[in-house]
Design a binder for this molecule. Structure first.
Ligand code: PRX
Length: 638
């Protein structure tokens, strides 16, 4: 078995074996890119993608907006599919592993996938979908979700994928914001051996929206009867023509919207453009995972999140690679499942979240011992900080002390990874993400926006020219876009993450705002509070997070009732209410019923004090409270 890394002190470095096959073998690339990042990206955009028409000016900046490759024309689907058909038509593009072990793995070649995408583009056009329309997609991890998103890109429609575990209410909000007329969904899917129905949630969600047709995939039960608003994915695709001429689009036209949580109660529709995003997805996939023609990549993220968009689907396909997706949970029918999938499908690049690794750590090494895992070459992590113990376990038990861990730091807003070590360059150090990706620049600043000294913690910001994968606004909300990312630190993109930099290596310390990461999923405490406050007899509430051994952090809520006393059943009902309004991932691990919340004179709830109490720390800032007695009351019940 090839040795890909060597240990020197407390760092790991790429061995000669990996350097031999690495696209990037040394750190010269950083200096080259730094000299002129715009020229660097200009060359990469031309080299990585097929363009119908080139651009005159590579980068235009008029903050808070900036444009890459403006004037350039291309179609995303040509880049993800058509250009591979000549040489790689029979190569497997997608491997789909259904959850039930009684069902067979499905493989689709580039030719097969392309045929389905063309047909489905015709289905959408027949339903009146045009360039620039928003199409909503509420599908689980099944091949149809890839067919649907690619068909949108072929037409030039903007897809808006909603995580299938989200509630009907969460889907409705997103349908209303995007004013989608078409929704693509499924009757349901399998999860932990059970049937999860989506159609019931769809029926509820579309009331009061502009949705005129729902295209429904038949995953669970044959011949289910639906209202006339519903049409069958399978029947429509069967009838459709097998070629759809791809529409030429402007580089700066939107490719998709993806909603994410911020500091307010309302999710933001992050918009990504075609040319910049495609360029960034292509190169970060190729270099971060050292993707070659014979690689098989498995990114375990759901398509409902940005990681699923970029590294489960778009990045691998733009590179003509083979990507694996799995419908179900890691522990079904037991903790052997993921390792089985790796061995059976000869996966070489494996990319997952620290939460999943911690779950396997807890389950025990015995599940890994039965598996070879000898095809793995590179392993990656994303979504939350990875602690040293988890890093080392992942490195030794999964990567067999052979595969470098690529710890990628990025966000829904950034489209692709911005900070990580490259496989052929290194170094690989537990808890350190690495350098800024070539052609991008980050610094750490204090509250005044001034750069801090090496090693000092502060706010992580990105400097101009901003990376090509960066968002192009919040859907129909320019003010929110400006205020969120470009207000606090002039001319710098505010990541809302804390970090420190030492010798250009970046360590992320976590969010500095009210966003929490539960099992790597991004949630806003305000969104949770809004949902709780809507329940009957709730006066007000405050949500904070506490550390959790598996999920990283989990929400805890403090609730003040309008009248009467709390009961155990009320706690249960409230948890159910959260499941219904947001989704089970947002369910608080504990609800405390209190008489009063600690508040400042201006009425601001002091969440930090609640956090102090939960962590058994001395509460900070008691002097500013108008009701200091509330703290004693709360301390008594915890
Ligand atoms: O706090 C950072 C954390 O996840 C946030 C972004 O969340 P989301 O938009 O859902 O995208 C997640 C997947 C790209 C960041 O602001 N985060 C992401 N990756 C890392 C991380 N924190 C530490 N280390 C990482 N590798």
């Amino acid at each position: 078995m090839k040795k890909y890394i060597i240990k020197k002190g407390d760092k790991y470095w790429p061995s000669n074996e990996i350097k031999k096959i690495a696209w990037i073998k040394d750190n010269k690339i950083y200096k080259q890119a730094d000299k002129n990042p715009v020229k660097f990206w200009d060359k990469l955009a031309k080299e990585g993608l097929i363009w119908e028409k080139s651009w005159k000016k590579t980068y235009i900046e008029k903050l808070p907006y900036f444009w890459w490759f403006k004037g350039g024309k291309l179609n995303f689907c040509i880049n993800a599919l058509d250009r591979h058909l000549k040489d790689k038509g029979d190569k497997t593009a997608l491997i789909w592993v259904p959850e039930p072990t009684s069902e067979k793995t499905v493989k689709l070649t580039y030719n097969e996938l392309s045929k389905k995408v063309n047909k489905f583009a015709n289905v959408l056009e027949k339903l009146g979908v045009k360039k620039g329309d928003v199409v909503a997609i509420y599908l689980p991890m099944i091949p149809e979700v890839l067919i649907a998103i690619l068909a949108c890109t072929r037409i030039g429609a903007i897809h808006s994928v909603v995580f299938s575990a989200f509630s009907a209410d969460a889907l409705k909000t997103r349908l209303q914001d995007g004013k989608a007329k078409i929704l693509i969904s499924a009757d349901g899917y399998y999860r932990r051996g059970e049937k999860e129905y989506l159609d019931k949630k769809v029926n509820k969600a579309i009331i009061g929206t502009k949705v005129r047709k729902v295209i429904i995939v038949n995953r669970l039960s044959k011949n289910k009867k639906y209202s006339r608003k519903f049409i069958s994915f399978e029947k429509e695709i069967e009838k459709a023509d097998s070629y759809y001429k791809p529409r030429m689009m402007n580089s700066e036209d939107p490719l998709f919207i993806l909603y994410t949580s911020g500091t307010t109660g309302k999710p933001k529709g992050v918009v990504h453009d075609i040319g910049g995003y495609a360029t960034y997805a292509y190169w970060t996939t190729k270099w971060n995972f050292n993707l070659h023609n014979d690689d098989v990549m498995w990114c375990t993220a759901d398509v409902g999140w940005i990681t699923g968009h970029t590294y489960a689907f778009y990045g691998p396909l733009l590179n003509g690679g083979t990507t694996v997706i799995y419908e179900g949970t890691p522990d079904y029918p037991n903790y052997n499942r993921w390792w089985n999938i790796i061995d059976k499908n000869k996966i070489t690049v494996f990319y997952t979240a620290p939460t999943a690794i911690r779950m396997f750590m807890k389950a025990g090494e015995k599940f890994l011992k039965k598996h070879k895992l000898n095809t793995l070459r590179i392993i990656g992590t994303v979504g939350e900080p990875i602690d040293k113990d988890t890093w080392e376990w992942y490195f030794k038990k999964v990567g067999k002390s052979r595969c470098p861990i690529i710890d990628t730091w990025w966000q829904t807003e950034t489209g692709g990874s911005l900070i990580n070590s490259l496989p052929g360059v290194g170094p690989f150090i537990p808890t350190i993400s690495g350098y800024s990706f070539p052609g991008t620049k980050h610094i750490v600043v204090n509250e005044k926006g001034k750069k801090v000294k090496d090693g000092k913690i502060g706010s992580l910001v990105q400097l101009s020219p901003f990376a090509p994968g960066m968002l192009h606004g919040i859907y129909k909300n320019p003010k929110k876009y400006k205020d969120t990312y470009f207000k606090r630190f002039r001319n710098k993109y505010d990541t809302s993450d804390g970090a420190y930099i030492k010798n250009k290596l970046i360590r992320i310390t976590g969010r500095t705002d009210d966003v929490i990461k539960v099992a790597g999923h991004r949630l806003s405490t305000a969104e949770l509070e809004n949902a709780i406050n809507k329940y009957s007899n709730i006066n007000e509430s405050a949500v904070v997070s506490i550390p959790d051994k598996i999920k990283g952090e989990v929400p805890v809520s403090f609730v003040v009732l309008k009248s009467g006393n709390s009961t155990l059943s009320l706690e249960k009902q409230l948890k159910k209410h959260i499941d219904k309004t947001i989704g089970p991932i947002a369910r608080p691990s504990k609800i405390y019923f209190v008489k009063e919340l600690p508040k400042t004179r201006s009425g601001k709830i002091m969440r930090r004090i609640l956090k102090n109490i939960l962590n058994k720390e001395k509460p900070e800032g008691l002097m500013t409270l108008v009701n200091p007695d509330s703290v004693k009351e709360i301390e008594k019940i915890i």
